[in-house]
Design a binder for this molecule. Sequence first.
Ligand SMILES: [Zn+2]
Length: 257
Amino acid sequence: MPAELVVPHFRQATHYHPGRIKAIRLGVIHVGVTPESITAAEGMVDFAASPGASIASFHLAADPDSLARGVHDWDTAFGAPGANADGLHMEQAGQVMDHAGWTTPLSLKMIREQTARGVKSWHDLYGIPLVHLSLAQVGDGKTKGFCSHWDVTKGIPAAGGTHTDPDNGAVPGYPWDVVFTAADQHPSLPPATHKNPFNHLDDLVRWTQWALGIPVDGKPGAETKAALAALRKRNHIDPALSYPDPKSIAVLSQITH
Ligand SMILES: [Zn+2]
C-alpha cells in the first residue's frame, strides 16, 4: 500500500471494513451538515469514532483550517451505498446545499485549501483524474473520477442510497471547478518514505509481521505472538479479544517504517 496523506487528527471510525474490497475508483464528496467552524473536521471524525456512532464513516473530513482522518485510505469506509467498495469519501463542514452556500468566502477557503488538498492526494496516489463524472460514468463501475454523494445515489440506484449531499444535484451546485483548479495547484505528496508491501486483508500474517518490525515469514510463530501481545499490552487492548480486532488493526495501521 502506498503512503497516504498524513493529517494531524486521526481517530479510527467505529464502523469500517479493514482492507479494500475493490481497487479505488471514485473520490466521493459529501457535506457533513455541521457549521463551518475550525474544529468541525475533528468533530466529525470524533463523532464517527464514538461508541454509539451510526454505521457511517469517511476517510477524510475538511473544515476551513484543517483536514482530519477517520479511516485509512487502505481501509473501506461506509460513506455511500454503491460506492464503498471502490470509493474514497470526504466529508466537508457546511450546512447549505446550494451554489450560493458553497461560494461564500469561508466555504471557498475550505474548498481551496483543505478539500482540494485531500482531492490532490487521491489524484496523486490512486490516479483518480480531476474530473467530475457523469451519472452514467458513476454507474458504469469502471470510469475513474470524482463525484458527489448525490451522484452515487442517482448513478447507482440499485444500491438504494437516499442521500443528496452536497448539492441536491442542482446546476450550478457544488463548485467542482474551484476544487479541481485548486487541487491542480497543490504540491504533490512527497515520495513515500515507507511502503507497506502487503495487503493486510490478503496476507494478514505477513502484514502484521511487517508492521511489528519482525522477520516476515508468514507463519504466526512464537516471536510473532509475543511481539503482537506486547504491542497490544502497550495499547491497553483487552487480551481476551482475538486478533484481528479493530483496535489492533488501527494501531498497526499507523506504524510506518
Ligand atoms: Zn453523504
